[in-house]
Design a binder for this molecule. Structure first.
Ligand code: FES
Ligand code: FES
Length: 134
């Protein structure tokens, strides 16, 4: 199985790894297929822009690389833009993933959704009013 250079780079030097202590959006998801876990932290400002984002992934190389790329893709973007990010777009930005590793990229998309669900819940809003069902 071959990984692209971009996947190897994001696996070896993942961007935005860590925890945001004063995050106002935190999401944790698990991959049912393999049991890997990803936690995503965001700092969202009053304009609904994701000012900062960090992640921790306990999982395989493809999961780490997709988390890293996904955080880069939504940093500085609005919530609406972040909600449109698909795992396919993340995989494409990494110049592709081996087919057996595509499920790993789902973790990043789901973690972003979970964090934004938390964001609305903390505000006392119903996330279903803001987050389109997939
Ligand atoms: Fe996730 Fe092996 S199943 S690292
Ligand atoms: Fe589990 Fe990649 S094998 S996320």
């Amino acid at each position: 199985m071959d990984y692209s250079e971009k996947v190897m780079d994001h696996f070896a030097n993942p961007r935005n790894v860590g925890v945001i202590e004063d995050a106002n959006a935190v999401g944790e998801v698990g991959n049912a297929k393999c049991g890997d876990i990803m936690k995503m932290y965001m700092k969202i400002n009053d304009e609904g822009v994701i000012e900062d984002i960090k992640f921790k992934t306990f999982g395989c190389g493809a999961a780490v690389a997709t988390s890293s790329m996904a955080t880069e893709m939504v940093k500085g973007k609005t919530i609406e833009e972040a909600l449109k990010l698909t795992n396919k777009a993340v995989a494409e930005a990494l110049d592709g993933l081996p087919p057996v590793k595509m499920h790993c990229s789902v973790l990043a998309e789901e973690a972003i959704q979970a964090a934004l669900t938390d964001y609305y819940t903390r505000k006392g809003l119903n996330p279903d009013d803001y987050i389109p069902k997939k």
